[in-house]
Design a protein. Structure first.
Length: 382
C-alpha cells in the first residue's frame, strides 16, 4: 500500500474542511423553513402561474359591433370574425360614439363598424369598406386586430374576384417544432432557465449575507477553514439543490404542461451546469456588496430584469436594436435560453450547441474567479 505523502494529506484536509462547511450549510437548509419554502414551493407556484397565465396567442378579444347595414352580407362578415377565434362579440351598439366609448372604458378591445351602404356597394361592384377600431394600448391585441381585419377583407375580395377558381399563387406554411403554436412550448423552456437563475442568485447571495447579519461570519474565520474552502463549501449545497430543482421542474413541464423534449436531456443538463455556476458567482458578488438580505434582494432584481427583457425570453431577440442585441450576448441567460429551446423544441445536440457550452464555461470561470477574489479581499485574504 502506497504511504500517504504530505501533499496527499494536505488535499485530504482541504476536502474535509470544505465538506464540513458544505454539510453545515446543508443542515441549515434543512432546518430553515424559509429557505426550503423558497427552493421547493415558490418555483413550482411560479411555474404554474406563469405557465398557465402566459398565452401569447391572442384569442377571444372582447369586441363591440355597430352594424348599420343589417344585411345578410354584414352578418356573414361578423360571423367570420367570430369564427376566427380572435374576436368575441360582447356588445352591439347603435351609434359610433357608443362604439368608441366601449373601447375607451375597456368593455371592448376591438370595434367593428359596418356602414349602411356595405351590401349595396358589394352588389354594385364598388369597393365596400368596414371600419375596425383597435385598442392600441395592448400591442399584441392591436397587431392581431389589424391582421384579422385585413385578412378577412382580402379573403372576401378574392372570393368575389376569383369565385371558385383556384388562386394563381398559394403559400403553404409549415410550422416546425411547435406546429400547434402553443405558447407553453415557447414560454416554459425559457421559464426553466429564469427560475433557476432566480433561485441560484438569491440563495447564494443570502447565504453569506445571513452570516453577516447574525455575526457568525467572523466566527467561521476563527476556525481552521480557509476563505476559499468556506466559499466553495457554502456554494456546493446550492449547486446540487439547483440542479435537482431543474430536473424537478422539467418533469412538471413534460407531465403537466405536455411540452415534449425532442433532444437529449443530459445535453441540456450539462450545459446548465456552468450557467448555475455563473448565477452562484453572481450571488456571491452581490453578497460582498450587500449588508442585509433586503439590499441583496434589490441588487438581485437589478440582474434579473435585464436577463428577462434582453435575453429573448419575452421579446424576440432578433427584433431588438443592434445595441441591445450586443448587450444581450453578454448576458448568460441569452445563451442558456437558446440552448434550452434548442434541446427541448428543436432537438438540437452538441453539434449545434457546443458554442453555447464554451461561452457559458468562459463566463463561469470569469464570474466565479472575480467573485471569489473579491470575497477573499473583503474578508481579509486567505
Amino acid at each position: 500500500m502506497t504511504p500517504c505523502t504530505e501533499q496527499d494529506a494536505m488535499w485530504i484536509a482541504v476536502l474535509q474542511r470544505t465538506w464540513s462547511v458544505a454539510r453545515k450549510e446543508s443542515l441549515h437548509i434543512q432546518r430553515d423553513s424559509q429557505t426550503l419554502f423558497f427552493m421547493l414551493f415558490v418555483p413550482v407556484v411560479e411555474m404554474f402561474m406563469l405557465g398557465y397565465a402566459n398565452d401569447m396567442n391572442v384569442r377571444n378579444v372582447r369586441t363591440a359591433v355597430l352594424d348599420q347595414a343589417g344585411t345578410q352580407e354584414s352578418r356573414r362578415l361578423l360571423q367570420q370574425f367570430e369564427s376566427s377565434n380572435v374576436a368575441r362579440i360582447v356588445e352591439v351598439v347603435s351609434t359610433e360614439a357608443d362604439l368608441t366609448e366601449s373601447i375607451v372604458d375597456g368593455r371592448a378591445r376591438l370595434g367593428i363598424k359596418i356602414p349602411a351602404d356595405y351590401s349595396r356597394r358589394l352588389e354594385g361592384g364598388e369597393t365596400a369598406q368596414f371600419l375596425v377600431l383597435v385598442d392600441g394600448s395592448i400591442a399584441s391585441v392591436a397587431a392581431e386586430g389589424v391582421n384579422i381585419g385585413n385578412a378577412l377583407a382580402l379573403r372576401e375580395s378574392l372570393l368575389r374576384v376569383l369565385g371558385e377558381r383556384p388562386l394563381p399563387i398559394e403559400a403553404r406554411p409549415r410550422v416546425l417544432f411547435n406546429p400547434d403554436t402553443r405558447s407553453a412550448n415557447f414560454f416554459i423552456p425559457g421559464l426553466l432557465v429564469v427560475l433557476c437563475q432566480l433561485m441560484a442568485t438569491q440563495l447564494s447571495a443570502t447565504s453569506i449575507v445571513r452570516e453577516k447579519e447574525q455575526g457568525t461570519l467572523e466566527q467561521l474565520f476563527m476556525t481552521p477553514v480557509r476563505r476559499l474552502e468556506l466559499i466553495v463549501g457554502k456554494l456546493l449545497p446550492y449547486l446540487g439543490a439547483i440542479m435537482l430543482e431543474f430536473c424537478g421542474i422539467t418533469v412538471l413541464m413534460v407531465v403537466v404542461f405536455r411540452v415534449p423534449i425532442h433532444g437529449d436531456f443530459l445535453t441540456l443538463l450539462t450545459i446548465m451546469f456552468p450557467f448555475v455556476l455563473i448565477m452562484l458567482g453572481t450571488g456571491l458578488w452581490i453578497s460582498t456588496l450587500a449588508e442585509t438580505k433586503e439590499a441583496a434582494g434589490q441588487m438581485m432584481m437589478a440582474t434579473i430584469l435585464p436577463s428577462i427583457f434582453l435575453s429573448g425570453y419575452v421579446l424576440p431577440y432578433d427584433s431588438m436594436p443592434a445595441f441591445f442585441r450586443g448587450v444581450g450576448k453578454l448576458i448568460p441567460t441569452t445563451w442558456m435560453i437558446d440552448a434550452s429551446r434548442g434541446v427541448i423544441l428543436r432537438g438540437a445536440g452538441w453539434r449545434e450547441l457546443w458554442p453555447h457550452y464554451v461561452i457559458l464555461w468562459t463566463m463561469a470561470i470569469v464570474v466565479v474567479t472575480a467573485s471569489t477574489l473579491r470575497m477573499r479581499k473583503r474578508i481579509g485574504g486567505g
